[in-house]
Design a protein around this ligand. Structure first.
Ligand SMILES: Cc1cc2nc3c(=O)[nH]c(=O)nc-3n(C[C@H](O)[C@H](O)[C@H](O)COP(=O)(O)OP(=O)(O)OC[C@H]3O[C@@H](n4cnc5c(N)ncnc54)[C@H](O)[C@@H]3O)c2cc1C
Length: 492
């Protein structure tokens, strides 16, 4: 073990939450703040993220968008049925979200716009704030959140903060009274102790830890699609070892629907989410109103009960033409041209993810379903379309289009996941909470490992972008509190 270093505050993890926490710790009054990141580069899963949820921002006021923090809180709590969510935590984060957009701009010089670059769910006011470089003549070019992370880190270092990359935190140190007193960090093949007045855990989710995934999600298997940097949940283990209470539940942030072996290939995904497609399972049976896919984060829930969690989206050729001529209906589909036929043809060439055939019997053979079952399903559905009433699942009649014109197409799809939420218990100050329901002195947690802000499912329907929104806001809160804690301790 190396001789120890000292810091006022150590922040563990340099993704969505960590850099905000480190800067905010300086704001809160800490002088020596150290950010420890296991990987060679900062950013974590926030490098993939685009926008964050916020309300009552300057951008919304300028666009005459009226989303009040009160209303957003009330709606989200109702959506969650008040289950698993600590209303104080959600309220605090929603209330802070508008100021955090202004704070990010102040710290980085990067502005934000409320983006309509992607079509999200219908019927919701724009709350998705995307970093943008504002160009002359009122134009803007959108940036990735990785640029915000880079700028936050630069500002942090310019104010005297220190960043260790390639440095993995492996354990917390605690004193006799249970207070956290430091962190054991592994770097350059050696372990060293960093003594600290406060520690912020911001190590992200645990989707890279199959044992925890199986423990928390009964449906988990490693075929669930999506791309992300796998996180092992180190902060969860460290928190538990320091006496923090772990909730008995966690939330999987899903995203409808994945349709490719290439993890970042979105070309066929939007086709499986169109509300006018027809979904069948491996038995050739319909299993849901397909327009549930409008809600990006809960739309794959019907798949969880299907054999192999696999669905097949059916198209006739007229629908393919319609998409290519008129664009996607919904949701989160890029507004650029779909080129669906081109993507279908290249997927059908390998035969793994899509097929085109002259008869439904051939499509059934590819799916592995009995031909009669699929033919019956299509005949029933076409009858619903003729009547203008979906007798099975009451899909909105706007989306009822018969499957009549060959060639017929089928696209295989499965659920997709983005991140996990929890199970580290915190309060609204992001103080880590111990087994006895009181704060563990000197320990804070922020971002995806913290619980109490999501129910069974991610509330994307009302708080789209709250994964990153929570990471940044909770990071900011945890940092401010940790900074204040050490500043007060040094005055005492
Ligand atoms: C493809 C994709 C797109 C997304 N798009 C959006 C979006 O547009 N809007 C949105 O709201 N959300 C989005 N998300 C989710 C969002 O990015 C995450 O929820 C957010 O990044 C979580 O922040 P975090 O800091 O908790 O974790 P992360 O950003 O994952 O960061 C955790 C960090 O901790 C580090 N770490 C872990 N263990 C240790 C250790 N022992 N020692 C030191 N460091 C450690 C990791 O290396 C990592 O850098 C997206 C996610 C993905 C995968």
């Amino acid at each position: 073990m190396q001789p120890s270093t000292t810091a006022d505050v150590v922040v563990i993890g340099g993704g969505g939450a960590g850099p905000a926490a480190a800067l905010a710790a300086q704001d809160g009054g800490a002088h020596r703040v150290l950010l420890v990141e296991e990987r060679a580069k900062l950013g974590g899963n926030a490098v993939f993220a685009t926008g964050l949820w916020a309300c009552e921002t300057r951008q919304q006021r300028e666009a005459i968008v009226d989303v009040s923090a009160d209303e957003a809180f009330r709606t989200a709590m109702e959506w969650h049925h008040h289950e698993r969510v600590d209303p104080r935590i959600l309220r605090t984060v929603i209330n802070k979200s508008g100021d955090t957009i202004a704070w990010l701009t102040e710290k980085t010089g990067i502005d934000f716009v409320i983006s309509v670059e992607y079509k999200m769910s219908y019927g919701h006011a724009p709350t998705w704030h995307v970093p943008a470089r504002i160009e002359e003549h009122h134009g803007h070019s959108l940036l990735k959140f990785s640029q915000v992370v880079r700028s936050l880190a630069e500002t942090f270092e310019a104010a005297g903060g220190e960043i260790w990359t390639g440095a993995k935190a492996v354990a917390l140190r605690t004193g006799e009274d249970g207070a956290v007193t430091g962190v054991v960090v592994e770097r350059d093949g050696r372990e060293e102790v960093v003594e600290a007045g406060a520690v912020v855990l911001a190590t992200g989710g645990f989707h890279g830890n199959p044992e925890l995934m199986e423990k928390y999600f009964y449906f988990y298997d490693d075929t669930i699609g999506g791309f992300r940097i796998p996180m092992a949940g180190d902060g969860i283990r460290m928190a538990a070892e320091a006496g923090v209470r772990l909730e008995p539940h966690a939330t999987l942030i899903k995203e409808t629907c994945s349709s490719s072996e290439k993890p970042n290939e979105y070309s066929l995904g939007p086709a499986t989410r169109q509300p006018d497609t027809v979904w069948v399972n491996r038995l050739g049976r319909r299993f849901s109103d397909e327009s549930v896919a409008i809600h990006l984060q809960t739309g794959s829930n019907p798949l969880l009960r299907q054999p192999g969690m696999t669905g097949f989206a059916l198209y006739d050729d007229a629908m393919v033409r319609g998409v290519d001529d008129d664009g996607w209906l919904l949701p989160r589909a890029p507004l650029r041209p779909a080129h669906l036929r081109k993507h279908l043809e290249s997927a059908a060439a390998t035969g793994d993810w899509a097929v085109a055939a002259g008869t439904w019997a051939e499509v059934a053979a590819w799916i592995g379903a009995p031909a009669e079952a699929l033919e019956r399903t299509v005949a029933d559905y076409n009858e619903h379309c003729a009547r203008g009433y979906d007798a099975e699942f009451v899909k909105d009649r706007r989306y009822l289009r018969p499957l009549l014109e060959p060639p017929f197409h089928a696209i295989k799809f499965g659920p997709m996941m983005i991140d996990t939420v929890g199970p580290v218990r915190v309060d609204e100050r992001m103080h880590a909470i111990g087994e006895d329901y009181t704060p563990v002195p000197g320990l804070y947690a922020a971002g995806s490992l913290a619980s109490g802000w999501q129910g069974t499912d991610y509330c994307g329907q009302h708080l789209f972008g709250m994964a990153l929104g929570f990471a940044v806001n909770s990071g900011r809160i945890a940092g401010e509190q940790a900074g204040r804690h050490v500043a007060e301790a040094s005055r005492a």
